[in-house]
Design a protein around this ligand. Structure first.
Ligand code: C2E
Ligand code: SIN
Ligand code: SIN
Ligand code: FE
Ligand code: FE
Length: 388
């Protein structure tokens, strides 16, 4: 590959673009897409440094995705590695230098690192050439590591990573690292805000909010694919929908603890107080004009509306309810039923699925319910990533 002027212009445009992505998962998805696009790589993954470990955060694998086209399930797996020189990713995190391997199965025995064959074995995949680059924002700070695998040449035949590939991907990684740190901060701020809004000392709020965010974008993805919405539009919407969905109950900040923490069933007057959280939430985003804030406002306001018009606060019905809110409504109720709350026990999975089928066309948009019911494997994987 030659480093053409066009390629460099492309890279500049991408680094500008990625600074506008808000959600950390959308960002990792985009970075891997671009790194693979520039090298023809079949697969790739990103690890982020968390609590002195390398935590596996995102993966692409075109070959395996083709075999299992139905599913984004693999992106929710959870895995951690120690940061030491035995793994390729660990070695790169320590040295903060890129590393190119021509053949994963022929790494010199004298080198400190070796290739971990367990992934290949588990998934029946064959790893050949591997490029691992550090995600660093400065010489003394490592954010994570990006690894891409199995490049192809112009004709689509297997190849090895070149010096130019290494240079280009390292450059992309440097800009990516800055954007990643920003997006992580955004995610953490949202989690802190929602914790403050809900039961102040609740350990469940964080995972609940993470799960509702993740279910919502996956339901949307399936719903949108079956309506021929173009993929780039889908990705843009997912970027802000996750944030809007995570903030659905932010209006609970205006509801007193005494009600939110009550262990018994609420009185009629107390229920009326709780119901106000929808309007309180939407008011937080009033007088703003950013796209994600508009979406956050509509989700907060409408996530307790029902398809049949018997919800609250405005009792609007059907497609008058924004699609974002119709999706979050299902994601939220599903997760409330899966979880044990101060006032209720958790339900078993069969009972919940039955309930959703039964409420299809009543509480829930039938199209949204169908999308949900066709991705229950992904929904389960999300629960594994953010356990109850
Ligand atoms: P949440 O706990 O996140 O529940 C969200 C929605 O899930 C509820 O909206 C309801 O539609 C559904 N849901 C939750 N638990 C059950 C259940 O046991 N059976 C059925 N069929 N559906 C359920 P809803 O009712 O508008 O409540 C909004 C919020 O008000 C709840 O959020 C919760 O924070 C609070 N809340 C509602 N009822 C009670 C209660 O009896 N005690 C307390 N302490 N809080 C309550
Ligand atoms: C892994 O895929 O588990 C780690 C690959 C490596 O960096 O050795
Ligand atoms: C909780 O997560 O325990 C608070 C209830 C809610 O999410 O609405
Ligand atoms: Fe709510
Ligand atoms: Fe909720």
């Amino acid at each position: 590959m030659k480093l053409s002027k066009a390629k460099i212009v492309d890279i500049l445009k991408i680094t500008e673009d990625i600074n506008h992505i808000k959600d950390i998962d959308s960002l990792l998805d985009r970075i891997l897409t671009e790194a693979r696009h520039f090298t023809g790589a079949d697969a790739g993954s990103i690890y982020l440094v968390r609590r002195n470990k390398l935590s596996f955060e995102y993966v692409h694998n075109e070959t395996l995705e083709k075999e299992d086209a139905s599913s984004n399930r693999h992106i929710y797996q959870k895995r951690e590695m120690d940061i030491n020189s035995h793994s390729l990713a660990g070695y790169v995190a320590l040295t903060k230098l890129p590393l190119t391997i021509d053949d994963a199965y022929r790494i010199d025995k004298d080198l400190p690192y070796s290739f971990n064959k367990s992934f290949d074995k588990q998934s029946d995949y064959h790893t050949g050439s591997i490029l691992t680059v550090p995600l660093i924002t400065s010489r003394d700070h490592i954010t994570g590591v990006m690894q891409i695998i199995n490049p192809t040449d112009k004709s689509g035949s297997p190849a090895t990573f070149s010096q130019d590939h290494q240079l280009l991907v390292s450059y992309l990684a440097f800009h990516a690292a800055v954007a990643i740190e920003k997006a992580i901060m955004t995610r953490e701020m949202i989690l802190r805000m929602t914790k403050m809004a809900e039961l102040r000392d609740s350990k469940e709020t964080g995972p609940h909010v993470n799960r509702v965010g993740a279910y919502s974008i996956e339901i949307y993805h399936r719903w949108a694919l079956s309506r021929q919405i173009p993929l780039d539009k889908i990705k843009k919407t997912k970027d802000i929908l996750r944030i809007a969905a995570m903030l659905h109950d932010i209006g609970k900040i205006g509801v007193t603890d005494a009600i939110l923490k009550k262990r018994e069933e609420l009185s009629e007057a107390e229920r009326e107080q709780v119901k106000k959280h929808a309007e309180y939430g939407s008011r937080l985003f009033e007088d703003t004009s950013l796209e994600w804030e508009d979406m956050a406002a509509e989700v907060a306001l409408c996530h307790h509306e029902r398809w049949d018009g018997r919800g609250y606060p405005r009792q609007i019905k059907g497609e008058k309810i924004p699609i974002t809110a119709r999706i979050v409504a299902l994601a939220d109720v599903y997760d409330a039923l899966v979880s044990k709350r101060s006032y209720k026990d958790s339900w078993d999975e069969q009972k919940i699925l039955e309930f959703i089928r039964q409420e299809r066309g009543k509480h829930f948009d039938p199209g949204v319910a169908d999308a949900f019911l066709s991705i229950t494997d992904i929904i389960k994987a999300i629960q594994g990533k953010y356990p109850l």
